[in-house]
Design a protein around this ligand. Sequence first.
Ligand code: F6P
Length: 496
Amino acid sequence: MPNWNALKSLNHHSLAELFESDSDRVSKMTIEIAGLRIDMSKTHLADEQLSAFQAIAKEMDLLGKREALLAGAVINPTEERSALHIAERGLGNEQAVAEAKVLQGRMKALIEAIDAGAMGDVEHILHVGIGGSALGPKLLMDALGREDAKYDIAIVSNVDGAAMAEAIKDFDPQKTLLAVASKTFTTTETLMNAQSAMDWMTEGGVSDALGRVIALTANPEKALEFGIDESRILPFNENVGGRYSLWCSIGFPAAIGLGWDAYTEILRGAAAMDAHFTNSDIIDNAPVLAAFADLYYTQVKGAQTRAIFAYDERLRLLPDYLQQLEMESNGKSVTSKGEPLDYVSSPITWGGVGTDAQHAVFQLLHQGTHLIPAEFIASKTPGHDFAPIHHETLLTHCFAQGAALMAGRDNADKARAYQGNRPSVTILVDDVTPASLGALIAYYEHRVFVNAVLLAINPFDQYGVELGKEIAKKISNEGPSGFDPSTSALMKAAFD
Ligand code: F6P
């Protein structure tokens, strides 16, 4: 386990002191890569902290683990798996890269066939999946498919039928293709939504609803058992984790909706970030430095949460996406060898959209008692054609928040005083494009990985979600008895 004591015992300078003592701080702490400008200068990382983190990285064999990730070695020990999302982008383990290419080729061929009318008149794609089988495609389509997606695409995750009702309300069942996305092909919510969607298609006059279903899965046998024809099953490698699966067939809605070229641009953007992460020295490496800042605030300063604000409507789903990526990966209590941690693991990821969030939650960021490292993501180029003043105002507000958090302002009336010295990172992208979004997502993936390595945990399993699933099954199989009195009473109140 890492030893944080050396870090804790260092001198800690205020942000103002750090800027005063180094006129070059902005350029030293800003990394420009793959259309992203990542400015970490408003964090408290100084030379001393960076050296201490480098020592911890060495102690925790970050470079060795990075090599193992890339090589496709087993780095998910509890499931005895590798983690092959980088191979989907064309880097690393040769065999995995070759297999990914074949499977992507299969997806491309099916998309070309659909585009050419092989599955009849298709106007709408209904994608059902949950967690990693929905959040990635949702983010991609919301960010990149607002104007000229080739098909109407709806992504339904919640088992609440209201979600399905909303999604299909303008769809014609006879012109709808159903994509069932599930790595395991066993997830209750997804299979139930798939069945309801097929029932809706049948009621709407489709004679062979199963014939309009495509499966996106790492468990093709289960999809076959479900009744889906082999030719419409798009498999992916089970060593690609669910929350890393938008790079393979789970990304189907983006690949068909945005077009194949755009989809490959997403992969290309991610590959540029992969190359940066795998080739750069620790000290020039954006995901590594960002992880150092994350760990500085959690391990040294006791931060319990971190907040992400998208100052671009196109990226409004990024905080949701990152919640799963970060909290499902690093929300653990034991090391990868099963020993209890004696320090905190992942902070709670939350966030929202600027400028909306400014008028809702920023009060606490500026004056509350919690330390909350904030992250702002904005684009130089607007995603609309309204007068430029809209975008200028948006960016001005974004930059003003980081400046205000750092500067603070004293006031004799303490209710009007701002402590300041509050950290933030600002990521400015040239534009929200397939390539920059791919790079941005890959940046976060690697940052999560570095956090995990330095925390000595396994980011690639998610056993914490299993117990709730088991109890839900037990309740539906065995009814309201045998549970704690509160749970039994709730079930009686709801179902009797
Ligand atoms: O319950 C959590 C989880 O397993 C996630 O890790 C995953 O992304 C999601 O459920 C959906 O799983 P599947 O793709 O197997 O349906």
